[in-house]
Design a protein around this ligand. Structure first.
Ligand code: AMP
Ligand code: ZN
Length: 118
């Protein structure tokens, strides 16, 4: 399912370029264009799901597979190892949740402090 007006669907389709770091049948992972930390990746399901507000039991396996990829993605892309290093996963949801792009995505932030935000 794709939304022709969705920025991340266009990136997934290759219509808009991105700095891809990982791809499989479930997800595309690319660098955030305005990084808020030394490592700032966006983990995006290939399926168009508008936000976390639309997620239910049906999406649990997909989200589980995405979350389970985060540790390896973090280490492969410059996050330092746990516990001195680590990373932050964040899913902004809806206007009041700070969501700007309405295609579900998991922010993966990490690297040495200080970060631009938080
Ligand atoms: P959110 O506010 O959670 O919806 O996050 C959207 C994120 O997408 C922001 O951190 C933006 O910097 C990022 N972003 C917007 N356009 C692009 C793009 N073309 N390529 C990569 N990241 C983008
Ligand atoms: Zn989309």
């Amino acid at each position: 399912m794709h939304d022709p007006d969705c920025l991340f669907c266009k990136i997934i389709a290759g219509q808009i370029p991105s700095s891809k770091v990982y791809e499989d049948e479930d997800m595309l992972v690319f660098k955030d264009i305005h990084p808020a930390a030394p490592v700032h990746l966006l983990m995006v399901p290939k399926l168009h799901i508008a936000s976390m507000a639309q997620v239910g039991a049906e999406q649990a396996p997909l989200l589980g597979r995405m979350l389970a990829k985060a540790p390896q993605l973090a280490l492969d892309n410059g996050c330092n190892p746990y516990p001195q290093g680590g990373f932050r996963l964040m899913v902004n949801t809806g206007e009041e949740g700070g969501q700007e792009v309405h295609h579900l995505h998991i922010h993966l932030l990490g690297g040495p402090r200080p970060w631009k935000k938080g």
